[in-house]
Design a protein around this ligand. Structure first.
Ligand code: HOC
Length: 400
């Protein structure tokens, strides 16, 4: 009975107790000083909502579309690495929860369950996330596998051609599966449910790259592998090439500047995600919510119909509502669903989605709206650019 789990923080606390330290820390941390990681959350809190009254709140709906696909609310599950280490077969559990809730699920290249594992255990089409690598044959192979699995969109990650330095992962000796060191064994002894679940699955390392990448189970070999494999020369020409190879809906994730948003719009991508990778890459970047307005404006000035989405820092339905009010057409959640997964598996992901739905729905009602598709920045106390600037001091200057 998860009725006493009322917010995402509750799920985080349970996950912290149940998940081995190295995997919990992998999720619950950012790069370097973690300033961007923290700002992603605190900047949402600085944006204030206007309470309206005497407006009929009946018949509310959060239903909308992302890339023309109907969604129960404007939230998708983000592609996250090592997800099957939060809970055995975690990607399958999260995908099932998303499918039942009517929101999209995205599978990371660096997932534990493979594309085929998830496709076999779900029926709704999911999205596949790709890193540009030097090995073109491997890229073509991943794209072919995603097509065969009936994936309905491809997400190209633009901001991880080099890996941000994450101190906790290095100190913990992050690996999948965990190495049998004394520290790990002692920590695993305090996580009996996790150990039992893991013993019951054969999926304990990276399902999509196994066979292609040898010995990439720990953080130093993974970092070396990404440095060797991920193509640092990724360019907008590659995006056009990937779009051709894929032939379906393409999403570019990791846009933080208007000039890059314009390039994404011109590249033929169908959606872009304003994202600083959850504060896991460039520490020192602004929060993603501070970067949003400027990007929306640039895309409008370009007359492009590319959809602008946002991730990084969303821990509540109010955060979703704020992003939508500032012009995002959709959002992605990472940690918010991972805490649920680590805490209770599929039930926990479902609970995370229910919590976010309810918070978004109730907040929208308080702001005097009944339809998420009609929400604009008129629900914000600090909705205009000048007002936002006082709430988010380092919001990008208006350049477009
Ligand atoms: C060491 C893992 O997007 C993240 C993920 C996956 C990164 C791949 C390399 O952790 O931010």
């Amino acid at each position: 009975d998860l009725s006493k789990i009322t917010n995402i923080e509750d799920l985080r606390q349970v996950a912290e107790r149940k998940v081995p330290r190295m995997f919990y820390d992998y999720v619950d941390s950012g790069s370097w000083t973690e300033t961007t990681y923290h700002n992603n959350e605190t900047d949402f809190d600085r944006i204030k909502l206007r309470q309206r009254v005497m407006i009929n709140m009946e018949g509310r709906s959060l239903a909308t579309e992302m890339l023309g696909m109907p969604v129960n609310m404007p939230v998708a599950i983000a592609p996250t690495g090592f997800t099957g280490m939060m809970w055995a077969d975690g990607e399958i559990h999260a995908a099932r929860a998303a499918e039942k809730f009517g929101v999209p699920f995205s599978l990371s290249t660096m997932s534990i369950c493979s594309i085929e594992d998830v496709a076999t255990h779900t029926s709704a089409p999911f999205w596949f996330q790709l890193y540009m690598m030097r090995d073109q044959e491997f890229i073509a192979n991943l794209i072919r596998r995603a097509k065969e699995a009936n994936c309905s969109a491809l997400i190209l990650t633009a901001d991880l051609q080099v890996l941000g330095q994450r101190h906790k992962d290095i100190k913990n000796g992050l690996s999948a599966p965990p190495k049998p060191t004394l520290a790990n064994i002692l920590n695993l002894m305090t996580k009996p449910q996790w150990c039992m679940n893991m013993l019951g699955t054969k999926r304990r390392t990276f399902g999509n790259i196994v066979g292609h990448a040898k010995n990439v189970e720990d953080i130093s070999s993974l970092s070396a592998w990404t440095a060797e494999q991920f193509d640092p020369a990724l360019s907008w020409d590659d995006v056009a090439r990937i779009k051709d190879m894929w032939g379906g809906k393409l999403i570019i994730k990791g846009i933080m500047e208007p000039e890059d948003a314009i390039m994404a719009a011109r590249s033929g991508a169908d959606a872009l995600v304003v994202s600083n990778h959850g504060g896991r890459q460039l520490d020192g970047a602004p929060s993603s919510i501070a970067a949003l307005s400027d990007i929306i404006q640039a895309v409008h000035a370009e007359n492009s119909d590319i959809e602008v989405w946002l991730d990084s820092g969303i821990r509540s339905g109010q955060d979703v509502l704020k992003a939508i009010s500032l012009g995002a057409k959709g959002t992605l959640i990472g940690r918010a669903f991972l805490y649920g997964l680590g805490a209770y598996g599929e039930d926990g992901v479902r609970r995370a989605l229910e919590i976010i739905y309810k918070e978004c729905d109730i907040s929208m009602a308080f702001c005097g709206h009944t339809n998420i598709q009609e929400v604009t920045d008129d629900i914000l106390v600090n909705g205009t650019y000048e007002q936002l600037k006082s709430a988010l001091p380092y919001i990008a200057p208006m350049r477009w």
